[in-house]
Design a protein around this ligand. Sequence first.
Ligand code: CMP
Length: 420
Amino acid sequence: MTDWDPKELLRPAFPGLEESDLAELASVAEIQRYPGGTILCHEGALGDTFYLIVEGHADVIKYLDEENPRRLLHRLGPGDFFGEMALVQGGPRTATVDTDGPITVLEIHRDAFMRVLTRSAPLSIRMVLKVTSRLRDADQTAIADLRHKNQELRRAYHNLERLDKAKADFIGLVGHELRTPLTVMSGYANMLKVDERVQEEKRLSTLSQGILVGIDRMQNIVDHILDVSRIDSAVLQMRRVPTAVAVLIKEVESSFESALRERQLTFHSEGLSELPFIMADGDLLYKAFYHLVMNAVKYTPDGGSITVSGRLVQEKEGDEAIQIIVSDTGIGIDAEHHELIFEKFYQTGEVMLHSSGATKFKGGGPGLGLSIAKGAIAAHGGDVWVESAGHDEQVLPGSRFYVRLPLYEWKEGKAFEEEE
Ligand code: CMP
């Protein structure tokens, strides 16, 4: 090995260092040679050696995460030193330093290094400058990494948005495409139904009635698909007028009249007529409550009850809202589904997918009702959520769907300015 003079190696690395200090450091310094692949500092581990590179190179690296495990911070060469941070701070190594080829270093033990450091201004200043510039580099690297990650996240988000839009467009397209043939089928089936020969023959008349019921069900599903698609693609045209929620709920109740009777479900409303008018699109809000009540009907066994109650609530900063609660004495919903049920096509897994009558107990459907309700309520600046002690078909804990509809737009008189 070449005969190195530690003092002459240290001199250019620490300009201005007193001869006596140089001599003291040199007296304890040891020249060492390591093969490639040696780890000289382990991030997080304690270390008590200061290194000055004489020959060869070392890489300063950080291990980040699984995706990006090895991040090269710096490549150090002859004349560079490392390992000073842990010594100065008395803490663990801040990075890993390893070698990819053979390296010769000059090593100084912590005690001697600190002894000279505490009394030598030139050495202290050199250390401060070096450590500061390393921290600044590390800071900038971290910021660059963050920017890069942010960009990736933004790109992924836009992709998801695009996919979601493609899905919504597809759903809308399917809805539109199905509507025309369904109308044609409905027309022919109606003609068939009133045909004399069909009316005369009981079997044919039952068959044609069956076809009409099926078409009706399909039309219903297609209507829901189109509602979702309109809400999703924000082409929703709202026509807001002063609306009495009590009247809407009455209409909803009438729509379910025969189902309620057949299933011996009682329907109550409480406090609705005392509520103030809200600026709402009646058709849209009707749909929201229709689907909430439809759900209550579906998931309440025969003989149960459904209650729609309303009250005025004070919000932050003096704003007011109306709160409508649709509660039932049904089978309830487990907490894990409380948010997901408002997503399109979400089913809790126990419904009969072959819709044999949507108002039957646990009757099937395409899983769009609550997403329509959510979209319709959101379009009015409100929100909807559910509370339920869980799913239990014996205990019947029931569910409570809360709807909050703010009144502020009415107050500020801006309801007529927006939309269309
Ligand atoms: P220490 O923390 O003792 O051990 C790892 C060494 O890597 C550290 O001292 C510095 O010498 C060096 N190091 C840490 N971060 C950087 C950086 N950002 N740039 C260059 N070297 C660094």
